[in-house]
Design a protein around this ligand. Sequence first.
Ligand code: NAD
Length: 297
Amino acid sequence: MKIKNVTIAGTGVLGSQIAFQSAFKGFNVSIYDINDDALEKANERLIVLKGRYVEDNYGTKEEVDNAYNRISQYTDLAKAVEHADLVIEAVPELLPIKQDFYTKLSAVANEKTIFASNSSTMTPSQIVDFTDRPEKYLHLHFANEIWKLNIAEIMKHERTSDEVFETIIEFAKDIAMIPILLHKEQPGYVLNTLLVPFLKAAMQLAADGVADPKVVDKTWMISTGAPIGPFAFLDIIGPNTPYNLYKAWGDQGDELSAKVAAWIKSEYLDKDRMGTANGKGVYDYPNPAYQTPDFLK
Ligand code: NAD
């Protein structure tokens, strides 16, 4: 099967990007969100994306205008998915919301329609039973700023059919993603399975007073030849997500996590050092120290 019509459900940070990228690559796209207010916000996001694509030399003004015009908007789920070959779900990362969404979607979607979730932290098994089509359900996980960080992690579960897996691999390629195939379920996919423990180790070294953040980065960069260390990466992510994770682990009784949470709070949140988002983090932006030739001396 070849995908032609795509519906994106949930038009927030990621949903709007997936919709715009799919339209930019020539697919007919419909977007669905819960009310007119949400669609208005989606519209603002799409207009920002048009600007970003042109700024980044990813598309011409004419191409982004054409992409925008290929997107139709709905608050009625049945209408939004009427012609869909594929529904990509990017609704909030809360199980009851996903459950409610897939129950309603299953009631109105065409039999041929494939469902793919962009969930970051859930596995297909946690969601699939809310759908009426396990063989046509899988995960298709994008990274924020998908036109630049263009990987798509494609994760099957035991009952996903091989044909559906292949169809989604082709779709990912067609929207200019590099498909990363996961042949079985893995919480965190490939990227976060590697990245989360790596960043955790870096923060523990700093928060425990073993080594300064810049020394940690320097060690990683010199010894692996990588262009960026864990703390430069954390500046891109921003301190909020790590803080929330460590705070939760600390509250569950893990002492080192509590120490890391306190450190992120005092060094970053309390000093309004939010990373690249506001130009101040472990490094100052633009022109962070780790990009200067002296940094590795
Ligand atoms: P977001 O909060 O920016 O957007 C969620 C959207 O879903 C909003 O537009 C909201 O109005 C809408 N929504 C709420 N309830 C809904 C419902 N019942 N039906 C349809 N739409 C509904 O969230 P986000 O950051 O774009 O995340 C969405 C999904 O994408 C999550 O599963 C998340 O794990 C995943 N994801 C996020 C990122 C990221 O960097 N933000 C990266 C990869 C994957």
